[in-house]
Design a protein around this ligand. Structure first.
Ligand code: ATP
Length: 778
């Protein structure tokens, strides 16, 4: 039985009236915010008012303040920008403007505001709230509100949501819209890369970010750019122009035909002089003679349908925003809803705004270390990973000869977005450290045959943006011939093995670890970078490939919904993958606004199907005859042998009578995605650097001992349980967990982790489709 969220009682008592507005620059996901505030607010017994055109609508009042109904926000998840409009409003910056805004709120009976915008909008919101008692008094004195109204509207509740493509707000790891913007940037840079490669050109790409280099840095990582310039970390050298040219030159000498440099709008040198794209172009042209072009991406970065990540983030944060309104007391400071360590947070809004301003201040005082510190810890980590895997021939990174190793990389299981990106970064970082990276082709069968080759810096060029598995991957396990696996590892003097894959890789790591007792050549650091669209590997919140897959599902579902809408009154049963895990269905269900989902954690029963048919009938009966909706249901393929996708579709078809009809859509391998998403590429890069560090860490004691005793490198490096581990993303950290310790949280039978942080999103899928609400109206 799916878990449920408590609906408001039928006798709502005093209904809370909440206004929602979007302000400042538009950001993809703002519509998802409004949708979730409206729908969740309604289920909680509130009246929700959309305030059109940001603060301008609040000042102007009248038709700019509109009560929203459930159906008003239908289809908004997939729409970019903000459908209720946004504006930069000068009058709201004046007291007179805010006085008028206060009067408009009171006349509409609104006593709570949810504001989605950047730091300016949120500062405005807080000013408004702090002035509220004074505004109220003045309105009363001028006879613009009655005593009764004055008594009733003593307190204004404000809750902030950060909608900003720059990811420039402190106190939250990520802002709504930033990931979609990164998608647009990466698509552009990927296209530019093709032409740069064809003509052997250099491109300088300017991206948004006046005080924040998040977009520039992440785009640099995700596209494998040669150099990035960001405001928080200006180049430390006086002659940075020469350093940049040296890097580009070395990459060219290795055979690279393209040079891509990404510059944030607000990039500066260490003396705070702006670094502009045209200046970089001139340097590359003059010093290196490169045919260089400048591309300023401009407003394309704002546009388009939100990525899966932003739809989910906006939805769960907005639900929390409504909860925060309902929890608020007159004394509690205005909260800001954020995200930290993969959890939704609710902290003081003004502190976040102050911290955000502190970054700009630190930069203006040339305190760049402080500016980096004020960003989330992941940012500095990502920056280091980028440098470590991009700038070659940095002698400071190179290990002494006796610690240089032969590290093999092997892909296991089904392809997943980010496998190639991870391999590429392992190779480049390993080379920078003085190691020899080796690619094992075609998984364990390849290892058994000894298909192992050294990978060079150039051989992995361009792999960051490639989907699938360039090394080749399959489901075979090492235990078919563990003796041969051990033999080949010894023959090729492999001193560290990195597996990239899903649950098959996890099982393989377990077998290798167990076989260490028998085979000394397996007593080397062994690790797994989780990569599977199912997200079922223990020891990580996210596997590589999950984000790519979610975006592939969301894109397909958007197209299916469009078809269903055109046909009117049609329900699609969409089959998604996920093994025995409902992760993809839950997250895609939230991102697409699915009517319901069927997942292995819950199974399907006749009673459940019957309730779902009733719900659909209730919804369709409530639809306007001429504007009836298409709807989708997501079904994880392994959920039931009896209630197959076809069976469910047929049941819906029959039971829907002439109220709605039904079709199936099986997404199949489309879900592995084509080009990996930026998030998967970035995660891959970070995990890849950590995996090499892991291998070094667990080999160093044996190397040091041998070196001190004047011996050559040993075959056996380690037998410690910590040296066979899964490298996972836990919140904002990367953690190594010994596979032996992970067994406790592994459901071997169902091939998944017993922990499922995402399951708490599950009830929202049904709730936001009107479950309970419409049924109760019948
Ligand atoms: P972006 O990150 O896209 O710039 P933002 O929210 O920071 O978004 P701003 O233009 O700074 O964008 O602010 C949006 C609106 O918020 C302003 O037009 C104004 O109406 C209001 N606002 C900003 N700062 C204040 C303030 N100090 N007092 C009152 N209102 C403000």
């Amino acid at each position: 039985v799916p878990p449920t969220i408590e609906l408001a009682s039928r006798h709502f008592g005093q209904r809370k009236k909440i206004g929602v507005l979007t302000s400042g620059g538009d950001a993809p996901g703002m519509n998802a915010c409004v949708r979730a505030v409206v729908r969740y607010g309604i289920t909680k017994g509130c009246d929700i008012f959309a305030i059109y055109e940001g603060y301008q609508g609040l000042v102007d009042g009248g038709s700019f303040i509109k009560k929203m109904e459930w159906k008003d926000v239908r289809g908004w998840l997939a729409v970019g920008g903000t459908s209720i409009g946004t504006a930069r409003c000068m009058p709201f910056k004046t007291r007179e403007g805010r006085l008028q805004a206060a009067q408009n709120l009171i006349s509409n009976g609104i006593d709570a505001l949810i504001v989605c915008g950047g730091d300016g909008s949120l500062t405005g919101a807080d000013v408004f709230r702090s002035e509220w008692p004074g505004l109220l008094k003045e309105l009363k004195e001028n006879g613009r509100v009655s005593q009764e109204e004055c008594d009733k509207f003593q307190h204004l509740t404000i809750v902030g949501l950060v909608g900003s493509i720059d990811n420039d707000m402190s106190s939250t790891d990520i802002t709504i819209g930033a990931v979609t913007s990164l998608h647009r940037i990466c698509e552009s840079v990927d296209s530019i890369s093709s032409t740069a490669l064809s003509h052997s050109r250099a491109f300088v790409v300017e991206v948004m970010g006046r005080h924040c280099g998040w977009l520039a840095l992440m785009a640099g990582i995700a596209t494998g750019a040669d150099f990035v310039f960001i405001p928080e970390r200006p180049p430390s050298e006086d002659d940075w122009e020469q350093v940049m040219c040296d890097v580009a030159q070395r990459h060219r000498h290795l055979g690279k035909r393209k040079t891509v440099i990404i510059v944030a709008e607000g990039a500066i040198d260490k003396n705070l002089n702006a670094i502009k794209a045209d200046y970089i172009k001139d340097i590359l042209t003059d010093k290196l003679g490169l045919d260089t072009r400048v591309t300023t991406l401009g407003h394309t970065q704002r546009g388009g349908s939100p990525a899966a990540y932003d739809r989910i983030l906006a939805t769960i944060q907005s639900v929390e925003a409504v909860e925060a309104v309902l929890r608020a007391t007159p004394d509690s400071p205005s909260p800001l809803i954020g995200t930290s360590n993969n959890k939704i947070t609710c902290g003081p809004l003004m502190k976040a705004v102050e911290l955000t301003h502190a970054v700009a201040e630190a930069i203006s005082q040339k305190n760049f270390a402080r500016a980096m510190e004020l960003r989330d810890p992941q940012f500095a980590d990502e920056y280091d990973s980028y440098i470590a895997s991009t700038i070659i021939d940095d002698q400071t990174m190179r290990l002494p000869e006796h610690q240089q190793m032969r590290i093999a990389i092997l892909h296991v299981g089904a392809p997943a977005g980010g496998m190639n990106a991870a391999t590429r970064t392992i190779v480049r970082y390993a080379l920078n450290r003085g190691h020899t990276p080796l690619g094992v082709f075609n998984g364990f069968p390849g290892l058994l045959r000894g298909t192992i080759e050294e990978l060079t810096w150039l051989s992995v060029d361009g792999w960051t943006s490639r989907g699938g598995s360039e090394l080749g991957t399959n489901r075979s396990q090492p235990d078919v011939d563990m003796g041969m696996v051990a033999y080949q590892l010894q023959k090729h003097s492999i001193q560290g093995l990195i597996l990239i894959g899903g649950f098959e890789a996890y099982s393989a790591l377990l077998s290798l670890e167990k076989a260490r007792d028998k085979y000394p050549s397996l007593r080397i650091p062994l690790c797994q970078i989780p990569a599977t669209i199912s997200n079922n590997v223990p020891g990580t919140d996210f596997s590589l490939g999950t984000d790519t897959s979610l975006n592939a599902i969301v894109d397909s579902c958007d197209a299916i919904v469009q078809s269903a809408r055109s046909s009117r009154r049609r329900v699609f049963v969409v089959e998604v993958q996920g093994g025995k895990t409902g992760y993809l269905a839950v997250e895609a269900g939230l991102a697409t606004g699915a009517n319901t989902i069927y997942i292995p954690e819950e199974g399907i029963s006749l009673a459940r199907l019957q309730a779902d048919v009733q719900h659909l009938i209730a919804l369709y009966n409530d639809d306007d005859e001429e504007k009836s909706e298409g709807r989708i249901i997501l079904r994880t393929e392994s959920v039931s042998k009896t209630y197959t996708t076809d069976v469910i579709c047929n049941i819906l078809q029959d039971e829907g009578h002439n109220i709605f009809d039904s079709r199936t859509a099986v997404l199949g391998h489309i879900q592995q995605g084509g080009t990996p998403s930026p998030m998967d590429r970035i995660r891959a890069t970070r995990l890849a650097v950590k995996s090499v560090e892991f291998v070094e860490l667990h080999a160093s004691a044996a190397f040091t001992e041998a070196h001190e005793n004047g011996k050559c490198q040993p075959i056996e490096l380690t037998h410690a349980k910590e040296s066979a581990a899964v490298i996972g993303i836990m919140g904002t950290d990367v953690k190594f967990t010994p596979i032996e310790d992970l067994l406790r949280e592994t459901d071997m039978k169902n091939r998944k982790s017993k922990k499922a942080w995402w399951y708490e999103h599950r009830p929202l899928v049904d709730l936001l489709s009107g479950r309970g609400l419409f049924a109760s109206r019948e």
